[in-house]
Design a protein around this ligand. Structure first.
Ligand code: FES
Ligand SMILES: [Fe+2]
Length: 307
């Protein structure tokens, strides 16, 4: 917990740790998230696996010099093989495997090009799943660019931005603040914002921005108006102070690709405009709010279930 943002930094839910592309060689990849060292690799049966990084034997880091083999990962130090379930299955110089020779295996899901792990402070099993993207199953949409930023903030501060109408005008140059309606359904938050966008010819176009968050780590944001655009927005806590923000854009395979790419670049530009605010602000538990800003407290009530 940082003094600037006194919120529990590691919520419960699903968090992106890599893309499927990053794991194309099978790994291992060393991960740092939730203040812990983890290792990601793909076993020969094609499953992405995440384990605590340090070998149960004498603590070597499996992601640094470890080799994926025999449905598990071979430790670089004394050659023990740890299975995808975190159990030692082979010791090159011993016939008996000590029962305590195991490490924690994390719940992993691979979905639409993203690798997600489940985190809960007490190690509880997942209480919800992330639904697949309809667009990823449609021939009319294709994945385009994706991007990542490492930012000194808390995941709640990052998401709160989406339901903070006034800042869209001051920070991002929107013509008027969006009108945002929020709906909560258990672990899901949906916000629908009516926005005025400036078209390529300078004309004003009515559009919508719809956010659907599944826990704090994973959300989709869909735009209509000048052009249709979808992006998956994930935020993953790294340690007490840092988060990784990732965006993965999907565009329609129609003639409006150029406009879609321009809007994707604009979304990235807006995230970069937010970063200096996030990195320097403090957290106000009782902010002084005005008319049109009550969505912020609705959002915080929703997010508190994960902290
Ligand atoms: S530390 Fe991993 S095999 Fe010894
Ligand atoms: Fe913003």
């Amino acid at each position: 917990m940082s003094a600037r943002i006194p919120l529990q930094p590691f919520p419960r839910g699903w968090f992106q740790v890599a893309t499927s592309d990053e794991l194309s060689t099978g790994g291992p990849i060393s991960l740092r998230c939730f203040g812990q060292d983890l290792v990601l690799f793909r076993t020969q049966d094609g499953q992405a696996r995440v384990l605590d990084a340090h070998c149960p034997h004498m603590g070597a880091h499996l992601g640094v010099g470890g080799r994926v083999e025999q449905g598990g990962i071979r430790c670089p130090f004394h050659g023990w093989v740890i299975s995808g379930e975190g159990k030692c299955v082979h010791i090159p110089y011993a016939d008996t495997i000590p029962p305590r020779a195991r490490i924690r295996a994390w719940e992993v899901r691979e979905l639409d090009g993203l690798i997600l792990v489940h985190h809960a402070l007490g190690g509880e099993p997942p209480a919800f799943e992330i639904p697949p993207l309809a667009e990823a199953r449609s021939t009319e949409w294709s994945p385009k660019l994706s991007k990542r930023w490492r930012v000194r903030t808390h995941i709640q501060e990052n998401l709160e931005n989406i339901v903070d109408p006034a800042h869209f005008v001051t920070v991002h140059g929107m013509l008027v603040p969006p009108r945002t309606e929020i709906e909560i359904e258990g672990h899901i938050i949906r916000s629908r914002s009516a926005v005025k966008q400036k078209g390529p010819g300078g004309q004003v176009v009515d559009g919508t921005i719809t956010w659907e968050g599944h826990g704090m780590g994973y959300g989709t944001i869909r735009f209509t108006g000048i052009v249709e655009l979808l992006f998956v927005n994930t935020v993953t806590p790294i340690d007490d102070e840092l988060v990784d923000i990732r965006v993965a854009f999907w565009l329609r395979n129609d003639g409006a690709q150029r406009l879609g790419q321009a809007l994707a670049a604009e979304v990235c530009r807006q995230i970069e405009e937010d970063i200096p605010i996030w990195e320097n602000k403090i957290y106000r538990a009782q902010p002084v709010l005005c008319a049109g800003e009550k969505g912020i407290m609705t959002f915080r009530k929703w997010s508190s279930q994960f902290l």
